[in-house]
Design a protein. Structure first.
Length: 336
């Protein structure tokens, strides 16, 4: 009996020492963002803020090393290599290209990886499945309900018969949504045309072509290249009366008529919660399901709505059956 009691006491002391050791611990977290734009900026800001809050709650410190890859694969590869050389405890990859670089760099390395805003984790083979990722990587997805976005086009304009698809063919985030958009439009017998660009200059040319063709609406999914160029094209689209329907509220922040999809601020918070669960609670990324979100928030840019000649009240009423939430924004609001 004495031996059992001693064992129990020793175990309790060990657990107490472990907890005491955890308090005051510093965890190094490397965060790499694919490119500067409003959606990804929101995510990083909320990851950082949430980790600070969690750290204060648990008497630990998250030492954040943050870098932007500037949409350059060689730069991202070097950033990831630097994180590994610096022996970070966990890496966060914001957007699909960064997450894929981190996955490749840790094939023979146990460093856990948490991705943020990956539209199709299974499709790009980051995870074995969203329910059971199966390796050292898990995270949050901003999977887009493409049909729901296109429903809004025809809710606002039932007579629309020419739709432009504006995207970067090299963006993994656009592959599945563009294919889904074409299937949707084929099913309705609606004409559509691709307008593509791989950088801001090419996107401007593509937007000019859409204006010249007088399309009834443009659709863009959660495409980082188009997002980065939105401020350069939204005015010409508005002047031409062409509503731009997009896959994120950040597009609307940068002048697009409408952004539809997830709340990126909340996505950032939940990404940070996953980071903390892995580092503080020992959660296994391989068994931590990818987190997805409600995909029904429509954000209308009221300035652009007026500029293209649409009535906000009428549009809001038309969208209501297709959305869980309708918000309004003006250009640049996130920066205030």
């Amino acid at each position: 009996m004495k031996k059992i009691i001693c064992t129990v006491v020793a175990l309790a002391m060990l657990l107490a020492l472990t907890a005491a050791f955890a308090e005051g611990t510093t965890y190094k977290v490397g965060i790499c963002k694919y490119v500067d734009h409003a959606s990804l900026d929101q995510i990083v800001e909320n990851i950082e803020n949430q980790l600070v809050a969690i750290g204060e709650e648990n008497d630990v410190t998250f030492e954040i090393q943050y870098q932007c890859g500037n949409a350059d694969n060689a730069t991202i590869q070097q950033i990831v290599a630097d994180f590994i050389a610096d022996d970070v405890d966990l890496m966060v990859g914001v957007a699909t290209p960064v997450a894929m670089q981190m996955q490749a760099a840790t094939e023979d390395n146990p460093i856990p990886v948490v991705f943020a805003a990956v539209s199709d984790p299974e499709g790009v083979e980051l995870v074995a499945s969203n329910d059971a990722p199966g390796a050292n990587i898990t995270g949050t997805s901003d999977f887009l309900n493409t049909n729901a976005v296109l429903d809004l086009i025809f809710a606002a304009n039932p007579e629309a018969d020419s739709i432009g698809l504006l995207y970067d063919p090299g963006q993994d985030a656009s592959t599945a949504p563009i294919a889904a958009a074409k299937a949707y439009l084929d099913g309705k017998g609606i004409a559509y045309k691709d307008y593509t660009g791989t950088n801001t200059s090419e996107v401007i040319i593509a937007a000019d072509a859409a204006v010249a063709d007088a399309v009834d609406a443009l659709f863009t999914p959660t495409d980082n290249t188009i997002m980065a160029a939105e401020l350069s094209i939204y005015e010409k689209l508005a002047e031409a009366g062409i509503p731009h329907y997009t896959g994120a509220d950040s597009f609307a922040n940068d002048g697009a008529f409408l952004g539809f999809g997830v709340d990126y601020a909340n996505l950032g918070v939940e990404t940070a919660n996953m980071v903390a669960d892995i580092l503080l609670n020992g959660a296994d990324p391989a068994a931590t399901p990818v987190k997805t979100f409600d995909n029904g928030t429509a954000t209308i840019n009221t300035e652009t709505c007026e500029a293209i000649g649409l009535d906000l009240d009428a549009v809001t009423e038309a969208f209501q059956p297709y959305c869980s939430t309708i918000l309004t924004i003006v250009t640049g609001e996130f920066e205030g």
